[in-house]
Design a protein around this ligand. Structure first.
Ligand code: SF4
Ligand SMILES: [Zn+2]
Length: 147
């Protein structure tokens, strides 16, 4: 049975074909001499698109992801970082800010100001800091009001 798409996207690792295949002594996904073997394992994987989207959006520059060799994953990451739509043959570019150069408040999506959530979404560090500051102020006010 195929899991619903929303479940697959969020919990793609659960459905990974490579699950349990790698060990401390042998991992074809991170062994350049076994790249073809890893790519072959990925071919029928039901979550290859989600795996590749994760690797691209979180900048996984080592290993085979989504059935693509390391060099290709790197090329897709480079495209993504330039804010261009990466050509992933239908794999979703999951973070909605992938093509933007700034967050909605105008802060740049550059290396220093960008972080990725575990599900691969791109976020603005400046906005996060401001939100935390505002939250602390609200908490302090509430604390004063309560005392
Ligand atoms: S595409 Fe390959 S590396 Fe990704 S989850 Fe599937 S088997 Fe594992
Ligand atoms: Zn911002």
């Amino acid at each position: 049975m195929t899991a619903p798409r929303a479940i697959r996207v969020r919990h793609w690792r659960r459905f990974a074909r490579c699950r349990g295949l790698a060990s401390a002594v042998r991992d074809p996904f991170f062994d350049p001499t076994a790249e073809a073997e890893a790519v072959a394992i990925c071919q029928p994987c039901p979550v290859a698109a989600e795996c590749l989207a994760y690797a691209v959006s979180t900048g996984q520059v080592y290993g085979v992801w989504g059935g693509r060799p390391q060099q290709e994953v790197r090329r897709l990451i480079a495209h993504d970082r330039q804010g261009r739509r990466a050509r992933t043959n239908g794999a979703p570019i999951r973070h909605h800010n992938a093509r933007k150069t700034q967050c909605k408040h105008g802060h740049p999506f550059d290396v220093r100001n960008t972080y990725y959530t575990p599900d691969g979404r791109r976020r603005c560090r400046t906005c996060l800091r401001q939100a935390k500051r505002a939250w602390r102020v609200r908490c302090a006010r509430r604390g004063r009001a309560a005392s």
